[in-house]
Design a binder for this molecule. Structure first.
Ligand code: HEC
Length: 124
């Protein structure tokens, strides 16, 4: 019950943004462009983030594989996904991603990623 309440609270702004109810979020059309914009420059083969953590976002498979320590996206549970914790700076502000002065995703964009994870993080 607690989980349900939390999920509703977290999903509400995203649902609102998307306009009409639980529209499925598309990895290819909505999530991928955000990763390309904010993350891939470091999290690609040879990039700083990839070298230090082993985390590449070059492909859906690489994204789901996570770091050398394991997955960072937990399908169905954005709240405990390390991916989201880092982007929101929830783990520790010094670990917030992206890691430099570069542009970071807007709260609306973060909601899209969270909704996608909550819907099962599919390669859709
Ligand atoms: C300027 C380079 C840079 C950018 C841009 C960047 N990262 Fe990172 N990322 C790093 C580095 C470096 C590490 C290695 C761990 C550390 O130093 O904290 C890392 C590690 C990570 C980790 C693994 C942390 C762990 O537990 O080992 C995740 C998840 C992550 N980044 C997500 C993201 C996401 C999501 C974005 C885009 C919103 C992003 N990063 C953008 C540099 C970057």
């Amino acid at each position: 019950m607690k989980h349900l309440a939390r999920a509703l609270v977290l999903a509400a702004p995203a649902v609102f943004l998307l306009g009409c109810g639980e529209q499925p979020v598309s990895y290819q059309k909505q999530v991928r462009p955000l990763l390309d914009k904010y993350c891939v420059r470091c999290h690609t083969t040879g990039g700083e983030g990839f070298q230090k953590s082993g985390f590449s976002m070059d492909s859906y498979d690489a994204l789901m594989e996570g770091t050398q320590y394991g997955a960072v996206v937990k399908p169905g549970d954005s709240f405990t996904s390390a991916f989201v914790m880092l982007v929101e700076g929830r783990a520790d502000p010094s670990l917030r991603m992206p890691h430099d002065q570069g542009e970071s995703p807007t709260p609306e964009e973060v909601e899209v990623i969270k909704l996608w994870i909550d819907q099962g993080a599919k390669n859709n």
